[in-house]
Write a protein that binds this ligand. Structure first.
Ligand SMILES: Cc1cc2nc3c(=O)[nH]c(=O)nc-3n(C[C@H](O)[C@H](O)[C@H](O)COP(=O)(O)OP(=O)(O)OC[C@H]3O[C@@H](n4cnc5c(N)ncnc54)[C@H](O)[C@@H]3O)c2cc1C
Length: 417
């Protein structure tokens, strides 16, 4: 007979979302099992740019001008790439994205996200302190640069929101940027330096450190397949793990890009999609390095100094989650980036591809599942999951424990679509 271990809550998925929710539940005195099919922080939460945004007020929106639509349609851009078949399947999702792209909806998004991003750095630093992971953090902000006055002007809404919601920034000339980043070629016209944003030198190791701290604090990290989640006839949930069957009254689904694999068989349909992204590492040229993440806005890629070297991350690829990698954007971005950044030799490693788990309104679901008692949802963090994981983990834990949430959870509702 298999061993049965009883918990108050099982958290499925040990990316930044699940690890953070599990940590907050443990802090609230719950008996918690964190279940993943592999060690913590090895998927999307490993390969991202490691930015904890304070200024993410403008979501990814549907392009409005015809020339941009035509450009994207040609499928030769660095910032966006698509597989035609996947794009066809995504038409309903893209239609919802278009609706979420109106100025009114964007303003509402900015107001909502400001309420959580204001606490995102603090929520990370609290977990990092407990986990002894503060040495991964940098408080050097991040920079976006613009080659043309027109692309800089397009940033006006973003800067207006930054003023409204108190994210401090400085507009820099090429000379001023070279004072803080002396190894960038002056190919740009203007740059903006957001100073309250922070970044880490290894998002995967930070996530692992939080998971280790969860285990050290009395939580159980268990290897198991979330697809085996079952509702018990007398209430509660169970999942098989290497340490036996784990059971609990409550279960949190925090499986990022794989969340619907568990939710679809339970009858849930959400407008959910993944946007794929890639990274590669480069040795710095000589002793020329960078001090912060930098976004090349006109080409839609970013670089950041990491433990492994300078990491380059790509923009969006619309493709089936499980289709083979097609890293054309990496090749295009590398060609552009070599002319700007001190990229030396490419570090030899397998292609890394990750999946941004996305709803069309760019907000995650943090809520109880409407059709099942004791089933909770914490996924869909999109482009800012590393930023938001800890603070939405706090929100999830407050909701599961029946406490007053620190912010209005309505924008994250599972029934909003
Ligand atoms: C190129 C790129 C750059 C990015 N840059 C940033 C950035 O700078 N800042 C930022 O805030 N965000 C960034 N993001 C977004 C961010 O990485 C994601 O939103 C975030 O990592 C999602 O975390 P998660 O915990 O939801 O998912 P994941 O980290 O993917 O975790 C999901 C977990 O579920 C587990 N799992 C899946 N299926 C099963 C199963 N059947 N059984 C058990 N376990 C299972 C997986 O093993 C995994 O550990 C970026 C994303 C990409 C792709």
């Amino acid at each position: 007979m298999s061993v049965e271990n009883k918990y108050d809550v099982i958290v499925l998925g040990a990316g930044i979302a699940g690890v953070s929710a599990a940590s907050h539940l443990l802090r609230k005195g719950r008996r918690v099992a964190l279940v993943d099919r592999r060690p913590a922080g090895e998927e999307t939460s490993h390969g991202n740019l490691g930015v904890i945004e304070r200024d993410g007020f403008v979501p990814i929106t549907f392009p409005t001008d015809l020339s941009a639509i035509l450009r994207y349609g040609l499928n030769r851009e660095t910032e966006m790439h698509y597989h035609f078949g996947a794009m066809l399947k995504m038409l309903p999702w893209l239609w919802s994205l278009k609706k979420a792209s109106s100025p009114e909806r964007v303003a509402k998004f900015a107001q909502t996200i400001a309420g959580v991003e204001a606490g995102a750095v603090g929520a990370h630093r609290e977990l990092a302190k407990a986990a002894g992971a503060e040495h991964y953090f940098r408080d050097t902000g991040w920079v976006r640069f613009f080659r043309e006055e027109s692309s800089f002007t397009a940033l006006k809404t973003h800067l207006d929101f930054s003023d409204t919601y108190g994210a401090s920034y400085e507009v820099l000339t090429p000379d001023e940027l070279n004072e803080i980043e002396p190894h960038i070629a002056p190919v740009f016209h203007r740059a903006v330096w957001w100073k309250d944003t922070q970044s880490v030198s290894s998002p995967g190791k930070v996530t692992k450190a939080y998971a280790d701290s969860f285990s050290a604090g009395g939580g159980d990290f268990l290897i198991g397949d979330a697809l085996g989640l079952a509702q018990k006839t007398n209430g509660g949930w169970s999942v098989e793990t290497d340490a036996g069957r784990a059971t609990a009254k409550d279960v949190v689904v925090a499986l990022g890009p794989w969340s619907m694999d568990v939710l679809k068989p339970l009858g849930y349909r959400f407008p959910f999609a993944v946007k794929r992204g890639y990274h590669a590492h480069f040795a710095p040229r000589g002793n020329q390095t960078l001090s912060r993440p930098i976004v090349d806005s006109d080409f839609g890629y970013a670089v950041s100094p990491m433990e492994q070297g300078i990491r380059l991350t790509t923009g969006i690829e619309f493709a089936d989650r499980d289709a083979a990698p097609s890293p054309v954007q990496l090749e295009r971005a590398t060609r552009v980036a070599r002319k700007v950044f001190p990229l030396g030799e490419k570090i030899d490693e397998p292609v890394w591809m990750g999946w941004r788990p996305c709803f069309p309104d760019s907000l995650p679901i943090i809520d109880r599942a409407p059709k099942h008692k004791g089933l909770w949802l914490d996924f869909g963090h999109g482009h800012v999951g590393f930023t938001l994981g800890p603070i939405t983990g706090q929100l999830m834990a407050e909701m599961v424990c029946g406490e007053k949430p620190f912010t209005d959870p309505a924008p994250y509702s599972a029934t909003r679509f």
